[in-house]
Design a protein around this ligand. Structure first.
Ligand code: KG4
Length: 347
């Protein structure tokens, strides 16, 4: 079984061919980041237009390179939500038209479910497992009971973790997406220069909140600029703020992950695997922390290779294979997309 996956939910145009033996036959990701950087974030209209321009050529070149005719596919899948409305429409209309023309089933995929299922493609995750999804738009603990049944046990009540990294980076003068810049700056800062209280640390649940942390960083930046009598920060001052920010994130992640593991143990008697996915899973201190916590509870931490942590279409094709194997009802009609789709929602 070979499935063509298409991902256009935000600012990556991606196409991939994956088979049911876990072979990623071909994988293409075109990032629009340069088009959005001038605006400090993703502009929905620009994103949709760029998908429209790039998607047909990207798909054509992938199929041609792998010498696969659409009629040889088992299905065409695309992300139908959550994401930007216009961007989702471009990918889904394209995928549905291709499926219709080649007389193939179309499989609509939940972007978040595709992220949490990725370690079953790349790392042999076995259900049930606990997943931590950390990206630019989402932060959630999800129990994956089987490839089509999910339970969300914690989420963010405001900003996503990646958003907090991006906004902190912007305050320190770095372009979008800023996560990797903060990680680098945080390698050489002094965590004691600023104390940012870890948000929702004491709340007896697995939920997160990051908007207060962003405001605390904003106040710190203003304070340092005032004492510098300048609009600029020194490199060391940037490193100190980034380090304190990341220390606060790590502290809250530690507390919430331990709580989520304990809840998993209460439900299933035993903990074996903690899966981390989404763009922020590229962050090494976060990976190391999760590895340490998983080992403490006698389990392992699994993270996809870096190229499959962020948005990609191999995860979309794989999620479709999981759905097809489970014989879940497929959306075959030309219905609309679902920008606010939640994880675990019947489609
Ligand atoms: O999953 P993803 O590629 O797409 C969206 O959710 O849009 O995640 C992108 C997010 C951005 O917020 C980016 O700053 C963050 O992942 N990110 C990182 C790192 N690399 C990417 N955050 C922290 N540390 C990193 N090394």
């Amino acid at each position: 079984m070979i499935v063509l996956g298409i991902e256009t939910s935000c600012d990556e145009t991606a196409v991939a061919l994956v088979d049911d033996k876990k072979n990623i036959i071909g994988n293409r990701v075109y990032s629009q980041i340069k088009k959005h950087q001038a605006f400090g974030g993703v502009v929905p209209e620009v994103a949709a237009r760029d998908h429209l321009h790039i998607l047909p050529q990207l798909t054509h070149s992938l199929l041609q390179k792998e010498q696969i005719n659409p009629t040889e596919l088992s299905a065409v899948a695309s992300t139908i939500g959550p994401g930007l409305y216009g961007s989702l429409l471009v990918g889904t209309n394209f995928a549905q038209s291709l499926a219709l023309g080649a007389k193939l089933p179309f499989v609509g995929i939940n972007h978040l479910e595709a992220h949490v299922l990725t370690p079953r493609l790349t790392n042999n995750a076995q259900c049930p497992f606990l997943a931590l999804l950390v990206s630019g738009g989402n932060t959630a603990f999800v129990i994956v009971k089987n490839p089509v049944t999910y339970q969300v046990i914690g989420t963010t009540i405001d900003d996503a973790i990646g958003e907090a990294y991006d906004k902190t980076a912007r305050l320190l003068g770095y372009p979008y997406p800023g996560g990797k810049h903060i990680e680098k700056l945080a390698q050489t800062g002094n965590p004691k220069t600023h104390i940012f209280r870890p948000p929702l640390l004491q709340a007896p649940n697995c939920d997160f909140s990051f908007s207060g942390l962003k405001t605390a960083v904003h106040h710190a930046v203003t304070q340092v600029k005032t004492s510098n009598h300048s609009q600029d920060l020194t490199q060391q001052q940037k490193c100190d703020i980034a380090t304190s920010f990341q220390a606060s994130v790590l502290k809250v992640l530690r507390a919430k992950t331990e709580r989520a593991i304990q809840r998993f143990i209460q439900n299933f008697g035993k903990f074996t695997q903690l899966v981390v996915c989404g763009g922020v899973a590229a962050n090494m201190p976060i990976r190391n922390l999760l590895c340490e916590l998983a080992a403490r509870y006698e389990g392992e931490m699994l993270a996809p290779p870096l190229e499959y942590c962020g948005d990609n279409a191999a995860m979309v094709a794989w999620a479709a294979i999981e759905k097809l194997r489970y014989k879940t009802p497929l959306r075959t009609t030309l219905e609309g997309v679902k920008p606010n789709l939640r994880i675990g929602t019947q489609m």
